[in-house]
Design a binder for this molecule. Structure first.
Ligand code: BJ8
Length: 425
């Protein structure tokens, strides 16, 4: 497709082309500075560069072609929406980015100013008509996780087709029953939307597809324990970000090929930074595309990020769905159990997250943890205190930073991160 064809496609999606042009220009520059300037990148990252360069082009065309063949596109903002159900209904699921400061003023006409940047971003993208994914979706599935998201979906629903899943806040037997009922309700809603019945066969295949992607990402995570680090944190984050909107089977294949290259690199003792470079784990709120600010600051300060304890990271990939179920009900139960293992800060209590962060820091040989929360995010800001205490007890150094998508605090972040990197050296 030519640029002109893409513009026709965007026009048909009712996008604001001049605002979209401005966004792509900023993104292109940002990507060049943060990604293309890196030394010693793996060959396999060319695939990710290509996907990113075509993020509003080729992938949208694929989604539109699928719609022409009768398939539906489902947008999500949270790893609680079970992609297995979506795929089993022959629909396509995409994560809606929410990582850029765009359309903020418009967003603030729908939600209060003191709302986190992620929420303002997804509303801003819609209000400013600059995201082809949002405009392509046949249905956008929200969830009752934090209060900010929960309430914002009410306002968002006035502008987009929204369906909300109720996510419990605790993990007792009654909560499990509620979550199972919600997964069944989602299944029915999708069957109605797509006109397709989910069968044991289609669900089994979908579970395998999503598990295979998780297995590839688990493999990538495990390889990052090596010193010297075989891949930068920026690239690993990008891979996790792309996992939300690329075709799952194609993505899995590409990431497994990249992991093969990582293994070769590890075997030959090579890496993207010298052995002994300070190794940091980043933990906290999800970093959606194109939120690359903090990773760039950390790696420019002479450290290497070796893991992301986040929903755009291991919180989304750590647990697999049990594949032994044969009946539809057994498979739904397996989904219920797997999704309830997610240690989002919206749960109370959420002590397993403390154990998971500690284990991850040890497994990946991290020298320290940078806790990241978005301004106005109550759940993660609260857990920052608890996580910090636990890391102190484990004698793992940590630094807590709170930020947003603006560039105003970059210098201040640099100063704090550089001091922390010096300290863990
Ligand atoms: S499972 S982390 S993807 S809810 S940053 S919008 S929490 S105020 S994103 Fe999340 Fe699902 Fe949990 Fe993961 Fe609210 Fe905080 Fe904003 Fe957040």
């Amino acid at each position: 497709m030519t640029e002109a064809d893409y513009r026709t496609m965007w026009e048909k999606l009712d996008m604001d082309l001049s605002a979209h042009d401005a966004l792509l220009e900023v993104l292109g520059k940002f990507y060049g500075d943060i990604y293309m300037s890196q030394q010693g990148r793996l060959k396999g990252m060319e695939y990710l560069d290509f996907v990113l360069s075509e993020v509003h082009g080729l992938r949208i065309k694929e989604l539109r072609d699928a719609q022409d063949q009768g398939r539906k596109v489902i947008g999500t903002f949270c790893v609680f929406v079970p992609e297995e159900i979506t795929l089993a209904a022959d629909a396509i699921q995409v994560g809606l980015c929410s990582g850029a400061d765009a359309g903020t003023e418009l967003a603030e006409t729908l939600v209060p100013r003191n709302t986190c940047a992620l929420i303002k971003s997804f509303i801003g993208f819609k209000m400013a008509h600059i995201c082809p994914y949002t405009e392509t979706c046949d249905l956008i599935v929200g969830e009752t996780t934090c209060d900010g998201k929960k309430k914002s979906y009410e306002a968002f629903a006035e502008h987009a087709p929204v369906y909300v899943m109720e996510v419990p806040q605790q993990k007792r037997a009654g909560d499990r029953a509620l979550w199972k009922a919600e997964i069944l309700r989602y299944k029915e809603a999708l069957e109605k939307l797509t006109g397709k019945t989910i069968t044991a066969e289609s669900l089994k295949a979908a579970i395998k597809t999503v598990n295979d992607r998780r297995r590839a990402l688990q493999r990538l995570t495990a390889l990052r324990a090596a010193d010297p680090a075989p891949i930068s944190g920026r690239d690993a984050l990008l891979i996790n970000q792309v996992s939300f909107y690329d075709d799952p089977a194609r993505f899995t294949q590409s990431i497994n090929a990249l992991c093969d290259q990582m293994e070769e690199r590890i075997a030959s003792g090579q890496g993207v930074a010298p052995a002994g470079t300070p190794r940091l784990l980043v933990s906290g709120c999800p970093m959606a595309v194109p939120n690359w600010k903090l990773p760039y600051v950390i790696e420019s300060a002479g450290a290497i990020i070796v893991g992301e304890e986040s929903c755009i990271g291991t919180r989304n990939t750590r647990d697999l769905v049990d594949e032994s179920g044969q009946t539809l009900d057994e498979m739904i139960d397996a989904l219920v159990d797997r999704y309830l293992k997610i240690d989002c800060a919206c749960f109370t209590p959420n002590d397993e997250r403390m154990d998971n962060i500690t284990a991850m820091a040890r497994d990946l040989n991290a020298d320290g943890v940078i806790q990241y929360s978005l301004m106005f995010c109550q759940p993660y800001a609260n857990e920052t205190i608890k996580v910090g205490k636990r890391l102190d007890k484990e004698t793992i150094p940590s630094l807590a930073v709170e930020t947003d998508y603006s560039m105003e605090d970059v210098e201040q972040l640099k100063t704090r991160v550089e001091a922390f990197v010096e300290m863990v050296k």
